[in-house]
Design a protein around this ligand. Structure first.
Ligand SMILES: [Zn+2]
Length: 53
C-alpha cells in the first residue's frame, strides 16, 4: 500500500532518515546520540539519504 499523502510521506522520511548509524556495529541510534548505545563507540554517521522517487 503506497503512501500517497505528501505530508505523511515527509514524516515517514524524517523518521527513517533522522537516525545515526554506527560504523562499527551498524546499530541505529537516536539523532541526539553522540555515541553508539550498543558498542559505545563515537564512530557514528548520519543516515541521510533522501528518497529519490
Ligand atoms: Zn555501535
Amino acid at each position: 500500500m503506497p503512501v500517497t499523502d505528501p505530508v505523511k510521506l515527509q514524516i515517514a522520511q524524517k523518521k527513517l532518515l533522522m537516525v545515526k548509524i554506527c560504523r562499527k556495529c551498524g546499530a541505529r541510534n537516536p539523532p541526539s546520540a553522540e555515541r553508539c548505545r550498543r558498542c559505545k563507540t563515537y564512530n557514528l554517521r548520519w543516515k541521510r539519504r533522501s528518497l529519490q522517487r
